[in-house]
Design a protein around this ligand. Structure first.
Ligand SMILES: C[S@@+](CC[C@H](N)C(=O)[O-])C[C@H]1O[C@@H](n2cnc3c(N)ncnc32)[C@H](O)[C@@H]1O
Length: 282
């Protein structure tokens, strides 16, 4: 048995729950409304699991788009963020995906959706965690994993790194490396899924805009500020790391954060996100 401390490096509290909801909405509009990889026919899936569900935001949207008789279950390491008043799982259970699922959960689902575990699964656990999740699929069932690269890309597309993004990139890289996490999950998930025994792997890459970059996808003006707030939601956690790692003082962080947000207002940035699908062999 693999022993797993909860390595999740983001907070779990009402403010973070609000951020997850806003992130769900921003992803949905950045993906042109897509909830899963386009190769998946959502209306053909009768039994669906939203794995590591968080607030249950994806499940709520997916239920509205799925066939009316589809069942939706949800699981997470902890249910403290799950929003019972808005989400609507038929069954919700506690599960650490680093551990095997109970036998009664095996061979159950046509589709398992899992999104944004970059802050929670250590590099040496990714393949076995995916293999655990895949056991819940019926043979022939499909796993959809959506993950991002934390590396921030300039809104203008200029290959020269801006100092306003460089300091964030260095900070997250350092923190992720120290925690044993994967900084470029979007790039590596296809390999992890293959190593976990899934077949027919396909990936679709989307660039998610923040700040002024939202306007180049014709998103409404208010999304410039709301996306800046969305990325800014992880800033208190980054600030703690910055100070604890001896990079500088809290005041220095605040000044850099302010300049970073101004940069986002003027030029913007992108984050690469991949929707990756694989099939459990029959
Ligand atoms: C960034 S949130 C994403 C939530 C949701 N998937 C979404 O996209 O809105 C990551 C979630 O993964 C959960 N998590 C972290 N480590 C986990 C583990 N080992 N097993 C199960 N869930 C885990 C966290 O509790 C949190 O709810």
């Amino acid at each position: 048995m693999v022993l797993n401390r909860d390595v999740y490096v983001l907070p779990r509290n009402p403010t973070e729950a609000e951020r997850l909801q806003a992130q769900n909405d921003h992803y949905r509009s950045s993906f042109g409304g897509l909830l899963v990889h386009p190769s998946i026919q959502l209306h053909e899936c009768r039994s669906i699991l939203d794995c590591c569900t968080g607030t249950g935001a994806w499940l709520r949207d997916a239920r509205a788009a799925a066939r009316p008789d589809a069942t939706f279950d949800a699981c997470d390491l902890t249910l403290e963020q799950y929003d019972k008043s808005h989400s609507s799982a038929d069954e919700i259970f506690v599960q650490d995906i680093v551990q095997p699922f109970a036998p009664e959960r095996h061979d159950k689902y046509d589709l398992v959706h899992q999104r944004l575990l970059t802050a929670g699964i250590r590099r040496d656990h990714w393949v076995s965690a995916i293999a655990n999740v895949a056991e819940t699929l019926k043979p022939g069932g499909v796993l959809n994993i959506t993950e991002l690269n934390l590396e921030l890309v300039r809104g203008s597309g200029d290959p020269e790194e801006s100092e306003h993004l460089k300091w964030k990139n260095e900070l997250t890289r350092e923190w992720w490396q120290r925690a044993g996490l994967v900084h470029n999950c979007a790039d590596l998930i296809p390999t992890f899924m293959r190593e976990a025994g899934l077949t027919n792997i396909q990936a679709m890459r989307v660039r998610v805009p923040y700040g002024a970059a939202c306007l180049s996808l014709s998103m409404p003006e208010y999304q410039v500020e709301s996306s800046i707030r969305l990325y800014g939601g992880v800033s208190p956690a980054l600030k703690k790391q910055w100070v604890a790692s001896g990079f500088g003082t809290a005041e220095e962080y605040d000044a850099k954060q302010e300049a970073h947000e101004e940069f986002l207002r003027n030029e913007g940035m992108w984050m690469d996100v991949s929707m990756v699908v694989g099939i459990r062999p029959i």
